[in-house]
Design a binder for this molecule. Sequence first.
Ligand SMILES: [Zn+2]
Length: 300
Amino acid sequence: MKDYPIHPACDLIPEMTPDEYADLKESIGRHGVKDPVTLCDGQVLDGRNRYRATKDLRLPCPTVEYTGKKDMVSLLEFVLMRTKRRNLTTSQRAMLANEVRSQIEQLRGDDDGPRRKAADKGEGQSSHSSRATESAAKLAGVSERSMARAKQVQEQSPKLAEKVVKGEISLGAAEKALKKDDAASTKGAHVAPTVTDANGNDVPDKLVSVFESAVLAELAADVRAIRKRVKEIRSERIGTYIHEQTEVDLSNVANAIQFAKPFALCAYCLPTGLKGCKACRKSGFMTKDVFNAVPKEARG
Ligand SMILES: [Zn+2]
C-alpha cells in the first residue's frame, strides 16, 4: 500500500482523541471508508484519521484529488472548512479558526511586504485581517467574537491555548484560568462568567440569556402551585366534579414547560443559528429530548 505524507495544512487540525479514533476505526472496519481521503500533490490534505485507520486495518483507502486553488491560504481554508464534520467543540473550532487566520495574515503580510507591515501598526484592524477573520469564522462555523477570545488566550498563554486546541479545556475555562492569574497579580478584576451547554460547548453571547433564563422554571412552578390548589379544592364540596385527571394534566403541563428549557446548542446550526434551521425551529438550541433524538454522528 502506498504511503502518503501528511500535508502541512492538514497538520494544523488536532488529532482525534483515542476514543474518537477507536470509534472511527471500528466504523471503517465494518463499512469501509465512505468519505474518500483528499490528496494534494501526493499528500493527505483531508482525512488523515481515516487514512491512518485504513493503514492500521490494512484496508484499501479510497482517495480523491484536491481540485481547488493550491496556494496555502486556499488550502488552509479548505482544511478548516472540512473540520466542520469533525466532532470538535466550539472552543476548538475557535482556536483553529484563529490559527488559520493568523497564518493567512502572515502569508498575506509577507506578500505585501513592508507597506502592509506599516499598515498593521495603525490602530484597529486592517481590512486584510478583518477579512481573514471573517472568512475563517465562517469556514469554522464560529463567531468572530469566539475567535477574538481564542486570539487573546493564544497571546496570553500558548500553554492554555494548546489545551483548548486538544479539547482538554474550553475557551471559557482557559479565560477563567487567565483571569485568576490576573486577579492574583493585580487583584479584583471582574470575572465574566462563561455559560456552557450540556456538552461543554460555550454558549454564544446571543443565546446566553436564553440558557440562563429562569422563565420556564418559574412558569412550571406556577403551574405546580395551581395543581396544588386544584388538589385542595377537589377535597372541598365545590370541587366535587373536578376530575383527578385534571391534576395529572396540570402536572404534565408543568413538566412540558420545564423540559422545554435549553439543553444544548443546536447540533445542526451551531453556533450561528442558520436561517431557517428546522431542527431547532430557528432558536439555535435544543431541549434534552430533541438533542437525544439527534443521530450520534451529527452531535457537535
Ligand atoms: Zn438549528
